[in-house]
Design a protein around this ligand. Sequence first.
Ligand SMILES: [Zn+2]
Ligand SMILES: [Zn+2]
Length: 220
Amino acid sequence: MWSLPDINRLNEEAVKNATKLNKAVETGFLDGIRIKCDWCDKPAEYTYPWYDVFSETPKGIIGLCEEHDHYFGRPAEGFFTCDDCGKVFITNYTWEYYYTDTEDGDRLCLNCALDRHIEEKENWIASLKELTWEKIRYPPHVIPVKGKHWQKHLEFIGNVELDSYTGAKITGSSSTSSRKDGLNDLRNLVKQALAEHKKCILIMDATYQFAVSIGVYVKK
Ligand SMILES: [Zn+2]
Ligand SMILES: [Zn+2]
């Protein structure tokens, strides 16, 4: 299993490199060398800066020839193009994927998916009665581990970690935890959120190999 790289260090390096990368996308040359296709060695006809969901700075360049452009993916294997912001992203560093597919067939980076999720009025919970099993079972995964985009809009109240398959709460020690425990914890977090705020929203804010985290958030 891979571990998440040091996101802060990665971003610092990316900021240093950003001007160079942007220029390379413009000219087709990086450090004086013509950018080649990532799949064969032909000169790249298409160059794409790629991003991750952790910052606004490009992390690298994908070079593709006429034949391999969009041949193994959009535009290449291991990457995707977000249908909302139009940028090219790396699909994942760990088990966690940085996109969600909508019912309409759009593929969105988690940041754009978060924006859509919180814009939708019906996703917000204004009373405990509205905390249905449907809402708990299927909050969309729109915040990655170590993600920061949500901090622009939301405040974190608390989270519960559940087994991805059974829905049982993960406690680390107790073997008697059940789906009901997780539900009760979420109920308490929602109660806590609504005591001070008009409404709150559930968000899947991490996916691991066998577990997910469901967080309760309020508007900033
Ligand atoms: Zn090629
Ligand atoms: Zn996007």
